[in-house]
Ligand binder design. Structure first.
Ligand code: HEC
Ligand code: HEC
Length: 389
């Protein structure tokens, strides 16, 4: 009798654990939900470019009138970016399965995260504000200090960075991905082989990141109708943004409102700019007299793109400003006389020359900046989380 009971219990256990197993695989198989046909990630929807002055980029080719870094363009395939999407949202990319790229880059926040600093691996805090991802394909230099030349270069960095994801050892990452069932078919479709390598992980992630484009804002509609869709205040802000008075567009240039950073751009090492060095699209805007973090050196930080700026607060490399109003106040009366301050903020003799914008002008600039939001991008399923929770 006792023996029989023992056997029944044992069988019960066996059945249970068997059930458990099937359950685990079902969960694994159903874990992600992807369309049978991939989204057309290779069809990039980029902003219309109206400034032909930017046609001299070295690494760029003009596609639909837009300088596109062709290095990435030719790389993007629908399945490659689909694999990249899964990797981007997968917490398995961190050492203890707690952090994914998307932990700090939220689609509904223009791929920033709404925090001054972000929490990465084991609760460690980043030293800089998470960056929005804004048409990276139109940019030459990435990160707040412009240290990375290409998205490809960049995408393994956060995985290996201990503060962000704690995965210093790439072999371990490869083993982990290899052991994850849903990756095999995805690698096969993306690269014609299910072999997982750091290069392929990086390629897929960069394809996904490169496919993130924004070109459907009120501003983009305005480009085609002479801004007749703008309110009076928004148009006033637009003119001010482009004016010699506020000078915003001289740094946040073109229709991406980012550093143009070509050989003919002052910040790209060319032109007649007095600094005579390649600033890699970065400059010093006088946030402090002594910077705790000197960025690229001398307090120079990347001139960021301003699309979706309404969604990506707080602002600056250290997230010091909570609102756009605070940013405008900085430019209007807060610029500090740092020894490397960009000459655009000085009177030519090294003294700060404040813009002194009045309250209507400030409101107008904020109203204009809010026309740069692409609400469709913020919820487009092709860039959304494929994991079912
Ligand atoms: C713990 C938070 C965190 C995680 C996780 C994270 N990032 Fe970031 N990301 C940041 C921060 C902070 C910066 C700015 C870092 C700097 O300038 O040094 C940044 C910058 C970037 C940029 C540069 C954008 C630009 O315009 O220059 C890209 C692209 C990016 N991350 C993609 C990724 C990808 C892909 C992953 C996953 C492999 C990832 N991030 C994981 C916080 C994070
Ligand atoms: C001399 C070049 C220059 C000029 C002129 C300039 N900016 Fe900037 N802007 C920058 C740089 C560089 C940063 C990033 C600084 C940092 O984080 O340390 C920045 C950051 C910003 C940010 C925050 C972006 C983010 O993602 O956190 C906004 C908003 C902004 N600028 C708007 C404007 C407006 C509006 C004007 C005109 C009143 C203007 N800028 C003029 C170079 C410039």
């Amino acid at each position: 009798m006792k023996k029989l009971l023992f056997i029944i219990i044992l069988t019960g256990f066996a059945l249970l654990s068997c059930n458990d197993k099937t359950l685990v695989t079902t969960v694994e198989e159903d874990k992600i939900s992807l369309p049978a046909e991939p989204y057309a990630y290779d069809q990039l929807d980029l902003p219309k470019e109206t400034q032909p002055a930017f046609t001299n980029f070295i690494d760029f080719e003009i596609i639909n009138g837009v300088p596109v870094n062709t290095q990435f363009k030719s790389d993007i395939t629908p399945w490659g970016a689909t694999l990249g999407r899964v990797l981007f949202y997968d917490k398995k990319l961190s050492l203890n399965n707690t952090i994914s790229c998307a932990s700090c880059h939220h689609q509904d926040k223009g791929f920033a995260d709404g925090q001054q600093f972000s929490t990465g691996f084991e609760g460690r805090i980043t030293t800089r504000n998470s960056m929005a991802i804004i048409n990276p394909i139109l940019q030459n230099n990435l990160f707040w200090d412009s240290r990375s030349k290409t998205i490809h270069d960049l995408s393994l960095q956060p995985i290996q960075n201990h503060i962000e994801m704690g995965m210093e050892n790439l072999d371990r990452l490869v083993t982990k991905i290899n052991e994850t069932d849903y990756y095999k078919p995805l690698f096969l479709k993306a690269f014609g082989s299910d072999k997982v390598s750091p290069e392929n992980i990086s390629k897929a992630l960069s394809q996904f990141v490169a496919s993130i484009t924004t070109s459907r804002s009120k501003f983009d509609v305005g480009l085609n109708n002479n801004f007749s869709n703008y309110s009076e205040l928004e148009n006033m802000g637009r003119q001010l943004f482009n004016s010699d008075k506020a000078k915003c567009a001289s740094c946040h240039g073109g229709n991406n409102m980012s550093a143009q950073d070509g050989p003919n751009d002052p910040y790209g090492g060319g032109g007649s700019f007095s600094l005579g060095q390649d600033l890699r699209g970065a400059t010093n805007i006088g946030l402090d007299i002594d910077y705790k973090d000197n960025g690229l050196g001398n307090g120079n930080f990347k001139i960021p793109g301003l699309r979706n700026i309404e969604l990506t607060a707080p602002y600056m490399h250290d997230g010091r400003f909570k609102t756009l109003e605070e940013v405008i106040n900085h430019y209007s009366e807060g610029v500090k006389p740092h020894k490397n301050l960009d000459v655009k903020f000085t009177d030519g003799k090294g003294n700060v020359k404040p813009l002194h914008l009045n309250s209507i002008e400030k409101k107008a600039l904020v109203a204009f900046l809010k026309t740069l939001t692409d609400h469709e991008m913020a919820k487009n399923p092709k860039w959304s989380n494929p994991f079912r929770n």
